[in-house]
Design a binder for this molecule. Structure first.
Ligand SMILES: Cc1cc2nc3c(=O)[nH]c(=O)nc-3n(C[C@H](O)[C@H](O)[C@H](O)COP(=O)(O)OP(=O)(O)OC[C@H]3O[C@@H](n4cnc5c(N)ncnc54)[C@H](O)[C@@H]3O)c2cc1C
Length: 366
């Protein structure tokens, strides 16, 4: 294939390109467009939301990614109120279960597993969807993965699958380890930043989340909360996942993706149902629908090579909060200096990258 090289003068221009339409990228986009900046958001997937993914189940939606926000998270509360999104409390009433290899499933007195939390009535993905709805027409391009970012004297040249642009600033609202693997930076990322980016765990990127939907919340009528901790596996943690007013009734569980390496998602469904039956009895076999989402298999969430000493110790590192060459800014939840990993952290990371750009622009000599 012939490769046509365009001069910067031939490229369309905008103030800020945002790579990734997850919570962080779209939160940044809203701050910047409200301040009058011209913005283009380029998203690799055919949907917005990234790790916030809510799948339709009857009249409700079920979260296959992020589920809760917590009472001590002010920014997510403010965003959801501004966006007009309804919330409801996570159901915690009833007894929890504990499963061990020697003693099987035992009923605990009360529920020491769940802490008070809230969920969005239309699923967590409704938050990034609402943020995207606020953008003006043409500001968001789906199925357009960014492949290269080149610092030039005129700004940053952005090369995506279908788009080439010249931007004054770029926000990389993608987990740093994924950006380091998938995006070609020219010049390359400073060595220390590359090392940190590659070794920064993608939060929940190696997790399998499974959800079983039922005709009735049979565990609730037995006085069970739907929560369980299992030391037998393969699923380690279970919670009630029913929608508002228990519709649809559902339970979800987390497992480490390692437990299902080389296993088909169908086989993972069978072991989920078998474990639900061990914990909650024969009724648990009668799920009307079962979903299994392995986030480690998502090419736009988790890098193919996970650095050996991958950790969360680098979350919020000052290296992520200094613009590269003054023009390229990292902003995913992993870069947040507080609440990193959570939706709260993603919103904060997006807002803080956007504000840094606005401050820089205001103080630049004219
Ligand atoms: C199973 C699971 C459960 C979770 N539970 C909770 C919870 O209960 N509460 C909570 O607060 N948080 C939870 N989280 C974490 C929460 O989902 C994240 O903190 C948040 O969604 C991260 O948003 P983000 O915008 O930083 O990153 P992402 O959501 O990862 O967004 C990055 C975006 O960039 C896109 N992208 C990637 N590469 C490119 C490219 N080259 N070009 C263009 N676009 C690209 C991706 O497609 C994606 O849309 C959970 C996550 C998972 C997976």
């Amino acid at each position: 294939m012939n490769h046509v090289t365009l001069n910067d003068d031939d490229l369309a221009r905008c103030d800020v390109v945002i790579v990734g339409a997850g919570v962080a990228g779209l939160s940044a986009a809203n701050i910047l467009t409200s301040a009058g900046a011209t913005v283009m958001v380029l998203e690799a997937r055919d949907r917005v939301g990234g790790r916030a993914l809510s799948t339709p189940a009857g009249e409700q939606r079920l979260d296959l990614g992020a589920t809760w926000f917590w009472p001590n998270e002010p920014t997510v509360q403010t965003s959801r109120t501004e966006l007009g999104l309804e919330a409801f409390p996570q159901r915690t009433a009833g007894d929890a279960l504990l499963e061990t290899p020697n003693e099987g499933a035992q009923r605990l007195d009360g529920n020491p597993i769940d802490s008070p939390a809230y969920r969005l009535s239309d699923g967590m993905q409704s938050l990034p969807e609402r943020l995207a709805d606020r953008l003006s027409c043409g500001t968001l391009r789906l199925e357009d993965p960014v492949r290269a970012l080149t610092l030039t004297p005129n700004g940053v040249r952005v090369e995506a699958l279908h788009t080439r642009l010249l931007a004054q600033h770029v926000i990389v609202a993608v987990p740093p380890a994924l950006a380091a693997e998938q995006i070609r930076f020219e010049p390359d990322l400073p060595p220390q930043l590359r090392r940190i980016a590659e070794s920064t765990t993608v939060w929940m990127g190696s997790t399998v989340k499974a959800v079983a939907v039922y005709a009735t919340p049979f565990w609730q009528s037995e006085g069970l909360s739907g929560s369980a901790i299992s030391y037998s596996g393969p699923f380690r943690e279970f919670h009630d996942h029913s929608g508002p007013d228990s519709a649809p009734p559902a339970i979800f569980a987390f497992a480490s993706a390692d437990a299902f390496a080389g296993v088909s998602l169908d086989d993972a469904k069978h072991s989920f149902l078998a474990q639900l039956e061990r914990l909650f009895g024969a009724d648990a076999r009668g799920a009307t629908r079962v979903y299994v989402q392995d986030w480690s298999r998502e090419r736009y969430t988790t890098p193919t090579v996970i650095a050996q000493q991958s950790s969360t110790a680098t979350y919020g590192s000052s290296q992520f909060n200094e613009a590269i060459g003054g023009h390229i800014h990292f902003a995913s939840t992993e870069t947040a200096t507080a609440y990193a990993g959570h939706v709260e952290g993603a919103i904060r990371a997006g807002h803080s990258a956007a504000r840094r750009i606005l401050d820089q622009t205001r103080s630049a000599p004219r």
